[in-house]
Design a protein around this ligand. Sequence first.
Ligand SMILES: [Zn+2]
Length: 506
Amino acid sequence: MTKSRQYKVQQGLVKVLKLQVRPENVEDGRSIQEKMELMKILHDVEINTEKKHGLTLTNHPVPNSYLYQGDIVLNLAQAQALKDISSGRQKRKLIANLAERWQLPIQYSLDTRYTSDERQFVEQALQAWEQVTCITFKEVNYSYGISIDDPIVQFVRGEGCWSSVGRNSSTTQKVSIGSGCFMVGVIAHEIGHVIGFWHEQSRPDRDNHVIINFDNVQYGNAGNFQVQSWQNVDNKDIPYDVGSIMHYGSMAYTREGKRTIETRDPLLQHTIGQREAMSFYDIKLANLAYCQAICDPKLLKSECLHDGYQNPKDCRRCRCPDGLTGPYCEQVALSYRAKCGGVVNVSSDLKYIETPSFPGEYNAGVMCNWLLRAPVGSNIYLHLRDDFVQYQQCANTETEVCRDYIEVKYYNNLAGTGARFCCSKKPKGIIRSHGNTMLVLFRSLGNGTLGFRASVSTESCGGCAAATPPSQKSCLKRVSYSCAKTWKRKAIKQCSWWTDKCGYSM
Ligand SMILES: [Zn+2]
């Protein structure tokens, strides 16, 4: 991707997040009376949310946003359910949207006003979903009239980007891909809504993963951070994913440029808000919702590892998390366009991993995957050293969403999106695995720059195995305690599992 294109992507994202489309400009087929009714409900959601979070209610302008969370056209039942949740009452129960699914192929039409380039963006986003799921799309020429009884997704060049969540109509349902939205990732996000996805940070369990700084949210927009209830979402037991294409970025609805969404694990801050590609769990959710009847489970001879699952596009194999492969996700994925990656057996001796040609420049389109393995019972330390630059239109701000990046998966679960680091923001200190494995990915979109070099080694003062009970937290505490004891003899005061204060001098 060229730098000017990257710039456009960034501007597009800003526009998507700031979107305040006037209701009369949202051509979703509803009358102005129906729109007013919806806005009244959204206003109640706002008041309830403000009350709940102790925000000052005086002088807050009524939001003029007809679109919920910037790009969602709610139906009245969805809006009412949201109001109930925001007021602490749960009277209505929605059929979870993913249960109310489309028949495949999903028929769609494209606005005749699209230029051929714009058409291509929409088609590429549709193909992106088709390539990784059993979901298929079929273009129909709506203007020449097929039966109005067939549900159709009508892509229109409206104002901004917006969509309904799930199948909402037995006839046509509009999705606007207007100016500022012509990026494959942004359109793939809207298609995510079409197939029934809410925003990731609307999940009922989001407070375990991110903190919403309501004091930094634009007046009148707190309601956009209301969570859904479990009754109304269908998540197929998939864990929360900060790298979901459906997750808001750090600055959504910001007032005065301050962070509105803070990840509980600070290392994950630059992962949220990405619009490059669907995450492993985005794809898994779509496949579990739409494609479960496709494969005979017996075709799979062994269980999938690392949260992989039977691949509806190839029933004899598992579909694996990013960075892993093999029929059962037992191998590290091959690198692409460069000689790098592989399995690294980590010991107490320092080893190094680095971007191709380091300290020379890496190339565009490179993928490297390293699977780090240490003996059971030990943890892995990864320390980014030397100069560090993964550059792709970097503003180098606190809220940068990474495009060229190193991603470190240090949780026991290697399937979720990990911590991404980019620009010249090298993480301070040592990153420590929770178990005895770590997956490190490098992805470059743009033409190269320096990259990174990291040392890896096992923790020398004990650790805990992937399956160590009872919980990660107490386990880690115990380990840091034992670290402190070990290093005390060497006159080092502290031991922290986020930093290298364990005295691990290298
Ligand atoms: Zn959205």
